[in-house]
Design a protein around this ligand. Structure first.
Ligand code: NDP
Length: 306
C-alpha cells in the first residue's frame, strides 16, 4: 500500500519530507517515477496529467494538495465513487485573509493615488472619503474568515453564498438574491470555488448589476472572470479597478492587456499558497482512515463540486 504524489512542475521533496516525518512507515511514490501503480491506495494531487489515475487500479482516496478541487473534478476520467479531500488549514486561511484585507485597505486608503503622486513629487493632502461596503461572494472557510477580520476592522461586510445560513454577524444573501447583494456593496471579493455554476460568473451582465465604480478583488480562480468583460466594465465605469491574483491562463501571457491597465493590480497566484508542513498531517490522517468506518477529514461533496 502506498501514497503517490503527483504535482508536475512543483518540488515534491518537501512534501515527501513532511509525510516521512509524520509516518515513516508509509511508502511514497513520486510522479513520474511511479513504478508500482497497483500499490497506490491514495494520491496527493496538484494539476495532475488528466487520465493518469486510471493506472491506479486500487485507488481508494484522492487528496487535493490545496483548498480547491476544480483541478481534480475537471478530470472526467476519475471514477465517481472515490472520495476526494481538500486542504483546510489555518495558515492558508490567515494568508488569504491578509491578502484581501491588504487589498481592501489599499483601495480604502487610495494607496495607488499616493504612489502616483510620489512619482511626480506631489504633496496633495486631499483625502476624500471612499465608501466601503465589502461584499464577499462565498463565505466558506476562507470568505468567512475574511468577513470576520474585516468586521473587526469596522468595515461593513455583506456575504453571499449558496445556501441559507443562520447566526452570522453580518448581512447575508443567497440563491436568487444576487441583485440585492450587489446593489449594496462597493468592493466585491470573489472567494468562490470553481464549479459549473460559478465559472464565468464575473461577466459584463453581472458587473452591470453592481453599483457604478465597484472595486473587484478576485482571489478565487481565473475562470470565474470573463477577462474581456472586465476590460469593458472598466471602460464603461461599472468597475473602477481590480486586484487580481488568478487568471484564465497562468502565467499571465506577456501580451495580455491587463498588464497595461493602471486600474488593475496583478499578483501571480500567491494570495495563499499551501504550506506543506501545515497541510501534510491531514493527508496522512486521511491515508490512515482508508478502510476505516470514520469519515475522511475535509471531504468534498462531489455532486456540489466543492
Ligand atoms: P469553501 O468550500 O469552504 O467555501 C465555498 C463558499 O462558496 C461557500 O460559502 C459556498 O456556499 C459558496 N458557494 C459555492 N457555490 C456557490 C454558488 N454557486 N453561488 C454562491 N455561493 C457559492 O471553500 P474555501 O473558502 O476553502 O475556498 C474557496 C476557493 O478559494 C477554493 O475553491 C479555491 O478555488 C480558492 N483559493 C484560491 C487561492 C489563491 O491563492 N488564489 C488559495 C486558496 C483557495 P455554501 O456555504 O452556502 O455552500
Amino acid at each position: 500500500m502506498s501514497l503517490a504524489i503527483i504535482s508536475p512542475g512543483r518540488d515534491a521533496s518537501v512534501w515527501v519530507e513532511n509525510f516521512k516525518k509524520l509516518a515513516p512507515e508509509v511508502e511514497i511514490q513520486v510522479y513520474p517515477e511511479i513504478n508500482e501503480p497497483e500499490k497506490v491506495k491514495a494520491v496527493a494531487l496538484w494539476n495532475h496529467p488528466k487520465g493518469i489515475l486510471s493506472d491506479f487500479k486500487n485507488l481508494k482516496l484522492i487528496c487535493s494538495m490545496g483548498a480547491g478541487v476544480d483541478h481534480i473534478l475537471s478530470d472526467t476520467t476519475i471514477a465517481e465513487d472515490i472520495p476526494i479531500t481538500r486542504i483546510v488549514d489555518d495558515k492558508l486561511t490567515i494568508s488569504m485573509t491578509n491578502y484581501v484585507v491588504m487589498s481592501v485597505l489599499n483601495y480604502h486608503r487610495q494607496i495607488q493615488r499616493y504612489q502616483e503622486d510620489q512619482k511626480n513629487r506631489i504633496w496633495d493632502m486631499s483625502n476624500p472619503e471612499v465608501p466601503v461596503t465589502v461584499g464577499i461572494l462565498g463565505v466558506g472557510e476562507l470568505g468567512g474568515d475574511i468577513a470576520d477580520k474585516l468586521i473587526n476592522l469596522r468595515f461593513n461586510v455583506i456575504g453571499f453564498g449558496n445556501s441559507a445560513k443562520e447566526n452570522l454577524s453580518y448581512e447575508y444573501y443567497f440563491g436568487d438574491e444576487i441583485q440585492k447583494f450587489l446593489s449594496k456593496i462597493n468592493i466585491l471579493v470573489c472567494m468562490l470555488p470553481l464549479t459549473p455554476e460559478t465559472e464565468g460568473i464575473l461577466n459584463l451582465e453581472f458587473f452591470k448589476k453592481c453599483q457604478k465604480g465597484t472595486y473587484l478583488i478576485n482571489v478565487a480562480r481565473g475562470k470565474h472572470l470573463i477577462e474581456e468583460d472586465l476590460l469593458k466594465a472598466l471602460d464603461e465605469g461599472y468597475i473602477s479597478g481590480a486586484m487580481l491574483d488568478v487568471f484564465q491562463k497562468e502565467p499571465l501571457p506577456v501580451e495580455h492587456p491587463f498588464w497595461e491597465r493602471n486600474e488593475i493590480t496583478i499578483t501571480p497566484h500567491i494570495a495563499s499558497v499551501t504550506n506543506p508542513k501545515a497541510a501534510a498531517p491531514q493527508i496522512i490522517e486521511n491515508y490512515h482512515l482508508i478502510n476505516k468506518s470514520q469519515p475522511f477529514i475535509n471531504q468534498i461533496n462531489r455532486k456540489r463540486g466543492y
